[in-house]
Structures are given as C-alpha cells and as structure tokens.
Write a protein that binds this ligand. Structure first.
Ligand SMILES: Cc1cc2nc3c(=O)[nH]c(=O)nc-3n(C[C@H](O)[C@H](O)[C@H](O)COP(=O)(O)OP(=O)(O)OC[C@H]3O[C@@H](n4cnc5c(N)ncnc54)[C@H](O)[C@@H]3O)c2cc1C
Length: 259
C-alpha cells in the first residue's frame, strides 16, 4: 500500500454487518477527505503478493455522513471479494482518493418521478440517494416535488440489506415507495411480501404507481441480466433511452440468473 499512497487512502473498517453467508455491509473510515455525490462509487482494494487488486463499489452512505458504507457480495471465484470478506472491523483496505461515476440522481431534466430498480447490492446507490434527499428534505433544502419508487430483488428476504431503513423511511415521508421482491419465496414460507424477480414485477408497479415515461427517470443497478431485461421492458412501455440510466456491476460470463 505504501507505494500507492498518492492515489490511495488506507481506509479502516469501522463496523461490519453480515446478512447471509455471502452478503455483508461495512462502514469504512476513508482515512482522509473523500468527496462524492450520491450514486457514485469508490474503488476499494487490497494488496496481494505485491499487486493491488481493486474493484468498484457503489457508496450506500450519503455525503452528509462521515464514514462510507458499502454493501458487498462475495464472489467465491473472485479475485478481491474473498479477501474483503475475511476483513474484520479495525482492519484496513485501500480506497482511491477520488470517487467516480455518473449514476447520480437526475434532478435537472424536469422529470420529477424516479423509478429505481436493483438486484441485491445494487440497492446501494439508491440508499445514498434516499439518505441524501431525506437530509435535504428535512432541512427544507430540497423542493420536495421529487418522488422515489424503489423495487429491489433478491433470492431471499434476508438479502435486502437496507429493508428496515427503507421501509421505515417510506412510512415516514410522502415521497418514497419501496417494494422488496423475493425470487425464491418457497424457501422462506414466512415471507408475505412481493414475489418474483424485479423484471417480473416492473409492469405491475409502473401501472400501480401510475408512472408516466415522460415524467419518470428510470435507474437500473446490479445484475447485467436484470439491467438488460429491465431496460427492454421499460422501452417497450414507452421510456426513451435518455430517461434510463444504468450501472452494471459485472460483465456476464456464465452469470447465474438475476435474483
Ligand atoms: C460501478 C460499479 C459498482 C459496483 N458496486 C458494487 C457493490 O456495491 N457491491 C458489490 O458487491 N459489487 C459491486 N460491483 C462489482 C465489483 O466491482 C466486483 O466486480 C465484484 O465485487 C467481484 O469482484 P471480485 O474481484 O471478487 O471478482 P472478479 O475476479 O472481478 O470476478 C470473477 C468472475 O465473477 C464474475 N462476477 C463478478 N461479480 C459477480 C457477481 N456479483 N455475481 C456473479 N458473478 C460475478 C465476473 O464476471 C468474473 O467472471 C460494482 C461494479 C461496478 C462496475
């Protein structure tokens, strides 16, 4: 790490929350000034055998928070995540000093509705949008005319990551709707929420929420198959290309189906 300090911080993991055997949330103190806009990503890494392995991770925290928060999935055959997975609070990782990405909230196009579609960890940038907007709304800095609609897919209910926070906020503010949908509900019979994959329920909710393509920006984040299929569904329903923004987390090789 020392030879890369011009571009990198030594960031410290300050807390960790495990959701399932392959999903966890960490809070990280970046180790220096780190500026970002909700929806951007940080580049985290770990040096192995003299080589820095780095990957992009969407930031779930809001720029108003001191620490950074990440929601990470373990890719068993991956180069970085097995090492990140072994890290406990107090341990360090590298974090590039500069945040990147253009997957930010569109508050300028005139479209005041925002439809957000995520698979599992793809919820991270939307959590950042919501926390940031909430902070501004509370301080009456945000005009308040924007409406957020979030659909998040996962195989099982324990994988939603920020469900409790989003449900609580949706109960408190007039501008947020949040629907988690489980694609393998038969494995958790106690689940009484929505079922199916995100792309299975997009039309149901765009109809139910009466979302009009001209007034609604759409954001798709996470698994490449969901992003692909979701985009197709939205375009067939009238969404124009310029109203759709995407963040694909990896290039499919033999990718398992979207959750
Ligand atoms: C802008 C951006 C933001 C991202 N944000 C997040 C985030 O918030 N949380 C997060 O967990 N990941 C996120 N990712 C993915 C992350 O950057 C890594 O690709 C991922 O953690 C795997 O890294 P790895 O080194 O362990 O696996 P790699 O060595 O990079 O991958 C090994 C193989 O696994 C495949 N693969 C990679 N990821 C997955 C996956 N999730 N499911 C199935 N197959 C996969 C790859 O195609 C490759 O064939 C983001 C990616 C991008 C581009």
């Amino acid at each position: 790490m020392s030879q890369t300090s011009e571009k990198h911080y030594k960031a410290k993991i300050v807390s960790r929350r495990d959701l399932s055997p392959d999903l966890w949330v960490i809070r990280v103190h970046p180790g220096g000034n780190f500026h970002y806009v909700a929806g951007q990503y940080a580049t985290l890494g770990e040096e192995r055998d003299g080589k820095l392995i780095e990957r992009a991770y969407s930031i779930a925290s809001s720029p108003y928070e001191e620490d950074l928060e990440f929601f990470i999935e373990l890719v068993h055959q991956g180069s970085l995540t097995p090492h990140l997975y072994n890290k406990k609070p107090g341990e360090m990782l590298s974090c590039r000093r500069i945040a990147k990405g253009r997957f930010t909230l569109d508050l300028k196009s005139g479209r005041t509705h925002h439809l957000m579609l995520a698979t599992v960890t793809g919820i991270a940038p939307f959590v950042s949008y919501v926390r940031t907007y909430y902070h501004d709304w509370k301080k009456s800095k945000a005009p308040g005319e924007h409406q957020f609609y979030i659909l998040q897919g996962a195989s099982h209910p324990n994988e939603f990551g920020f469900r409790e926070e989003l449900e609580k906020m949706a109960g408190e503010v007039p501008w947020l709707k949040y629907v988690p949908t489980a694609s393998r509900p038969w494995e958790v019979p106690s689940w009484t929420g929505e079922t199916g994959r995100v792309d299975d329920v997009i039309r149901k909710y765009t109809d139910e929420w009466k979302l009009e393509p001209e007034k609604t920006s759409a954001y798709l984040c996470g698994h490449p198959n969901m992003v692909d299929q979701g985009r197709g569904i939205l375009q067939r329903a009238g969404w124009k290309k310029e109203a759709i923004t995407e963040e694909v987390y990896f290039i499919p090789s033999d990718a398992p189906p979207a959750r």
